[in-house]
Design a protein around this ligand. Structure first.
Ligand SMILES: [Zn+2]
Length: 245
């Protein structure tokens, strides 16, 4: 047998920017071995006539942080050809979260991302198997996911973890910022791909309050982002708005 798999007759969009063309894709040992008009036999053949054959898409802005705990298929992204998602955007992660704040975090997700509280309570409940971000990563790794996922550490969760409910009310003290910075640093070291935050006025959380990150000063954000360099790198994602009040 020449190949393990042949995907025949589809329109190949190869991701280089080149126009699509009709052809076959042949795979051997997990790698693309031939493209175009491929001769040779394969153990398995998929007829892709009338379909597009492409590399997987990377969706850099998703909010699967809670959903993937009850839906490892990460519905519906794979249906659209997405093979990698980035989560934690806008700072809305479910970790780190203290047990007493689980309800507030779910109500924040309900407000800012339009997730149904009923679905969150049904899928996640109040008995979470993690508290820290490191434990969250361990949890999703143990359970597995249908596609690749990259998690950012979220400012709003970090702020509530350190400041409690005052996180939505005021600026942080120097001591609180220092504690947040340690959490961000450890999250990056544990495998977070970056730090995410939001200053968008449209991001309103539970009880109509601004999400916690909106109460951060620019100095706080700079200090937390500074942890990335110390921890070895990572991206910074932020939702901004013309007004930040
Ligand atoms: Zn977002």
């Amino acid at each position: 047998m020449d190949f393990d798999l042949k995907i025949t007759g589809g329109t190949i969009i190869d991701g280089t920017g080149a126009p699509g063309y009709a052809g076959d894709v042949a795979i051997k040992n997990g790698k693309i071995a031939a493209l175009g008009d491929v001769k040779g036999r394969a153990a398995e053949t998929i007829d892709a006539k009338g379909r597009v054959v492409t590399p997987g898409f990377v969706d850099i802005h998703t909010h699967y942080d809670a959903q993937l705990l009850w839906d490892r298929m990460m519905t519906i992204s794979p249906w659209h050809g997405v093979t990698t998602v980035v989560m934690g955007n806008c700072g809305f992660t479910v970790a780190p979260t203290r047990p007493e704040h689980r309800g507030l975090i779910m109500r924040t997700l309900e407000k800012v991302e339009g997730m149904s509280l009923e679905a969150l309570e049904g899928g996640l409940g109040y008995d979470w198997p993690f508290e820290t971000f490191e434990q969250y990563l361990d949890t999703i790794e143990q359970r597995g996911t249908a596609i690749n996922c990259a998690a950012q550490i979220g400012h709003t969760a970090v702020r509530m973890y350190v400041m409690g409910e005052e996180a939505t009310e005021r600026a942080a003290t120097a001591d609180e910022i220092a504690r947040m910075r340690e959490i961000v640093k450890h999250a990056i070291q544990a495998g977070a791909v970056g730090f995410a935050t939001s200053k968008a006025v449209t991001h309103v959380g539970y009880a109509g309050k601004p999400v916690a990150s909106r109460k951060a000063t620019l100095d706080e954000i700079k200090t937390l982002v500074g942890a990335l360099r110390e921890a070895g790198g990572g991206v910074v994602q932020t939702a901004v708005a013309r007004r930040t009040a």
